[in-house]
Design a protein around this ligand. Structure first.
Ligand code: ZN
Length: 499
């Protein structure tokens, strides 16, 4: 395939206005599927969580999963949407091997939630409002695996396998209105929006929200129009982008690709596209016109969903704190600077720090542990800080020992290493490794004497006011004591001696 020609990003933004539209699919984590009692679990043997309903055998009848409706209403409310007092399911007809019924049960002109808005904050604090057109319920399709080709796609494959375990898993599709005015920041905004939706459904516990498993995936629509032009340009829809970084990269790529074509007098084909993370580009999928005829018609086997106003209010009362408001509250409580707080948010450390503070550590100390030593150790192991086998409670215990003067920083790091190595609770590691701050003043004084004998001019310097000269002696004492001395006490003793 010929490589696409791209326009330099800054030049593209200079010449064109970018319009994006985002469709995010959220797989709900209900116990059972949307219209049958089959288990909704990831990773089972292929075709073991299936029944006549979800593989569309003649005569089978669907029934709506109440919990899935409840979760969909919760998502609608969290997006600031109105909830429809009545809404029907519709059949979206198309023929594809991963869709055994030959139609997808979805919602068409009567979505459960509509007309919402969310505020999105970029990494540097700039805010954008994204308007939500609708959030509707539907079912997922099965999973196809194409075997024998080099790319994992159907082209060149020898045969294809189909697994219907995912067929019928409840989905909520969230569709934005066209987003204008983000300019050069459109790719970042797209990524921040998907991150916000992921964080929201995770905080609400309505989805496992693991993008690498496809629990949250994004279709990104991008179009360009010359600045000043009213009419929207032709859009492309990059399908199933399943990481936040990929959303940003795919949108940026489409802007540069479309700008090059338009500037050369060409026209954009309205089509779906695929994002290839490994090669960093999109490729053409299938042409897609607005008039795609799915022959929607109301699902005759399901009654309309008519949530009572009282039920909607009960669901509203269970919503967790809005993630943006929670961040604002925590920053105020912890007193972190904007930069410190942004780093913590971007590294996804909020929950860990909150738990560590709740277990008794001071906020700044908790922050230093998680964004410093523990992030470094997690990185070295190739895992996320969440996956380290040390709990926020254990980190708080270790910090309290530092605060009480029972551990030096170096010893504390050794305790952490011991906990991670499976040596038990912090107290057991301290016991086993013999980690104890030396409080025997006689031993400290002897070590100071020995160090001063090696560096006889230090006392004179301190008396002249050059207090920092004590550092070399402190270092020598700490070394002699195997790091188990309290450096602050050693410093005090040296300064007293200089008086
Ligand atoms: Zn089933």
């Amino acid at each position: 395939m010929a490589k696409d020609q791209l326009m330099a990003y800054e030049q593209a933004i200079e010449q064109f206005e970018v319009v994006i539209g985002l469709e995010v699919h959220v797989e709900l984590n209900t116990k059972s599927k949307m219209f049958c009692g089959c288990a909704n679990v990831f990773g089972s043997e292929p075709n073991t969580n299936v029944c006549p309903t979800c593989i569309g055998l003649p005569g089978s009848l669907p029934a709506v999963n109440k919990k899935a409706v409840e979760n969909s209403i919760a998502i609608g409310l969290a997006l600031g949407c109105q909830i429809a007092p009545t809404g029907r399911f519709a059949r979206k007809n198309y023929f594809y091997p991963d869709l055994a019924k030959n139609f997808q049960t979805s919602q068409y002109d009567e979505p459960i939630a509509f007309e919402g808005r969310v505020e999105i904050e970029l990494e540097d604090g700039e805010k954008f409002e994204v308007l939500i057109e609708r959030a509707h319920m539907e079912e997922d399709a099965g999973k196809l695996t194409h075997v024998g080709g080099s790319t994992g796609r159907i082209q060149g494959a020898e045969y294809s396998l189909v697994d219907y375990n995912r067929a019928g898993v409840p989905l909520v599709e969230i569709v934005t209105k066209p987003v204008f005015g983000a300019g050069a920041r459109a790719p970042e905004l797209a990524a921040a929006y998907v991150r916000a939706i992921r964080d929201m459904v995770k905080a609400m516990n309505v989805s496992d929200a693991r993008m690498e498993r496809g629990n949250v995936r994004c279709d990104a629509n991008v179009s360009l129009r010359p600045k000043g032009q009213e009419k929207l340009g032709t859009r492309t829809e990059t399908k199933n982008v399943n990481s936040i970084r990929s959303v940003e990269n795919a949108v940026r790529y489409e802007i540069q690709r479309q700008a090059y074509i338009l500037a050369g007098g060409g026209s954009i084909t309205q089509e779906t596209r695929h994002w290839h993370e490994d090669r960093g580009h999109t490729s053409a999928g299938r042409p897609k016109s607005d008039a795609d005829d799915y022959r929607y018609f109301p699902e005759p086997d399901l009654v309309p969903v008519q949530p009572a106003a009282e039920w909607i209010e009960q669901i509203r009362a269970t919503l967790p704190e809005n993630p943006a408001l929670r961040r604002k509250r925590l920053q105020g409580e912890w007193g972190f600077s904007d930069l410190e707080f942004r780093d913590v948010v971007n590294a996804d450390l909020l929950d860990l720090i909150e738990a560590t503070v709740a277990a008794g550590a001071q906020p700044q100390a908790a922050r230093k542990w998680w964004s410093g030593e523990l992030s470094r150790l997690a990185n070295a192991q190739g895992v996320s800080p969440f996956e380290l086998v040390i709990s926020p409670e254990q980190v708080a215990q270790i910090q309290q020992l530092i605060d009480a003067g029972d551990l030096t920083d170096r010893m504390a790091r050794e305790v952490v290493a011991g906990v991670l190595a499976g040596e038990g609770e912090p107290a057991e590691v301290i016991e086993k490794r013999g980690l104890k701050v030396v409080t025997d003043e006689g031993a400290l004084v002897a070590a100071i004497d020995a160090a001063l004998a090696q560096q006889p001019d230090v006392m004179e310097k301190i008396r002249e006011g050059k207090v920092q000269a004590a550092g070399a002696v402190i270092g020598a004492v700490m070394k002699a004591m195997g790091g188990q001395a309290d450096a602050a006490r050693v410093r005090e003793l040296i300064l007293e001696r200089a008086k």
